[in-house]
Ligand binder design. Structure first.
Ligand SMILES: [Mn+2]
Length: 474
């Protein structure tokens, strides 16, 4: 059985032949409800397990074919929103313990082995995940080279090139969604000059995504009243426009810290850094400086400089940019779902060529889990049968409420998610926060086992069965 949402999400998938197209739908359905399971434990029969391994070892299967229909769906969803943030970041996947894996590379200085994944996800300003915008997977060489002197590499051969490629993905999204403002958002690693020039180029062609990038370089700037200055000094000297306050969450221990910052902003000219004989490109960037007021003793102050193509003509615009940047947290949530939720690093396949398509499949899954979770918050009133099969919500109702007969009509998303969270161990006490991703995926996993049992125990226990419904509700 293929889930309804999988049929829709992967409509038009073209792996190369009909059986492969069908197999990917089966695989996504099987992994969906039990994302954390290993391949061997996902399936009930040896034939199914083998079919899965055969799929990933088939030369026709590649990661771009798997993600392609989903990218189209992301565009469709983005089209319905006036502002969409394309959050872009890199994460590493650790495969050090997999000795049979030949083509992994070093991922850190302590000789850990694995792969890198760069992806951009589309998210609305109220943090609804809309899907993947672009993906790239790669491995470095086996061992970290001892850096005697840095070898010269053309920009496209450098690892940092991925940030420009990701920005181009965001521009493609902008071009496909003419009525949507698409904003490319990254942390400091994404601060490369090539994005500013690419933005100018794409603006002329009418296909530019805006950008908000946390600044990494104290660039030389050219204000009107002096020959040159440094970006951070100029910002420090500009007038304080306002103050803001918000909570940040520590990635390690999930503790919260309340931050208050002053806001300063300015618009300046900066230039590319090429050799003396090359012409230097001139671009205008807007910069926002956020400086923490009275940071706690012993703690590093939270000071950020953001560079952006968005207008900063008034304080409302500046505050909106800061709010958009704070949404960058969602890609961390997404990576957490992908890595700890789907336990991607524990999935064993023999080579990168087989693992990369599997990563694509789990990217779609990680999106789906976050999408459901956020939907239940931003649209709690919609009927859950938009997202769930009838066997799923009926079984969830019975398991969570301990009542024997499910209602005739499906519950709302909010209620359905509360059932799933309950199965995942969420107690729902007054002071408890919203159920998180972790509770939801463990609830989904349990639910899938219940649905399995429900379907196994024959027609009399199935509420879909017409006779059963007649007998029970008559
Ligand atoms: Mn990063």
């Amino acid at each position: 059985m293929i889930s309804k949402w999988v049929t829709i999400e992967l409509a038009g998938v073209d792996i190369g032949d009909k059986r492969l197209n069908n197999r990917i739908m089966h695989l996504l359905t099987a992994t969906y409800m039990q994302p954390e399971k290993s391949i061997n434990r996902l399936f009930h029969t040896r034939a199914e397990i083998q079919a899965c391994y055969r799929f990933f070892s088939n030369d026709l299967v590649d990661e771009n074919k798997i993600i392609a229909p989903h990218l189209q769906k992301t565009i469709g969803r983005a089209n319905e929103h006036p502002v969409v943030l394309s959050l872009s970041d890199t994460t590493s996947l650790n495969y050090t313990s997999r000795h049979t894996l030949k083509d992994s590379g070093y991922i850190s200085s302590n000789n850990a082995q694995g792969f890198f994944l760069h992806t951009s996800i589309a998210v609305t300003p109220d943090r609804l995940h809309l899907g993947i915008v672009g993906q790239k997977f790669w491995a470095r060489e086996k061992e970290k080279p001892k850096r005697v002197h840095r070898e010269y590499r053309a920009f496209p051969d450098k690892e940092s090139y991925r940030w420009l490629e990701a920005y181009r993905d965001s521009c493609r999204l902008a071009e496909s969604c003419k009525d949507t403002k698409v904003i490319h958002v990254t942390d400091r690693e994404g601060d490369i000059f090539e994005i500013f020039t690419e933005h100018e180029l794409k603006t002329q062609r009418g296909s530019a995504a805006d950008y908000i990038i946390r600044s990494n370089h104290n660039r030389t700037v050219y204000p009107e009243n002096k020959p040159s200055a440094s970006l951070y000094e100029e910002l420090e000297e500009s007038a304080v426009l306002a103050e803001i306050g918000f909570d940040i969450i520590n990635r390690e221990d999930s503790s919260k810290r309340h931050i208050r910052q002053t806001i300063q902003a300015l618009s300046v000219i900066t230039k590319s850094r090429y050799g003396a004989d090359e012409p230097r490109t001139t671009v205008r960037i807007n910069a926002i400086y956020l400086k923490e007021i009275n940071p706690p003793a012993g703690e590093k102050p939270v000071n950020w400089c953001l560079v952006t193509s968005l207008p900063i003509d008034n304080i409302e615009e500046v505050k909106a940019i800061v709010q958009y940047y704070l949404c960058r947290w969602e890609i961390e949530v997404f990576f957490k779902t992908f890595k700890s939720g789907c336990k991607v690093e524990e999935k064993s396949l023999r080579s990168a060529a087989r693992l990369f398509p599997l990563f694509s499949l789990y990217l779609i899954l990680a999106w789906r889990i976050n999408y459901l979770l956020h939907m239940s918050r931003v649209a709690p009133e919609i009927s859950c049968d938009v997202f769930f099969e009838s066997s799923e919500w009926k079984v969830a109702y019975i398991a969570a409420t301990r009542k024997k007969i499910p209602p005739m009509s499906p519950p709302t998303m909010e209620v359905m998610l509360s059932y799933i969270a309950k199965l995942g161990g969420y107690l729902g006490r007054k002071k408890d926060p919203f159920p998180g991703v972790k509770v939801v995926w463990s609830g989904m996993s349990k639910l899938s086992q219940y649905v399995d049992a429900w379907e196994l125990f024959g027609p009399e226990s199935r509420a879909d069965d017409a006779n059963f419904v007649k007998k029970t509700y008559a």
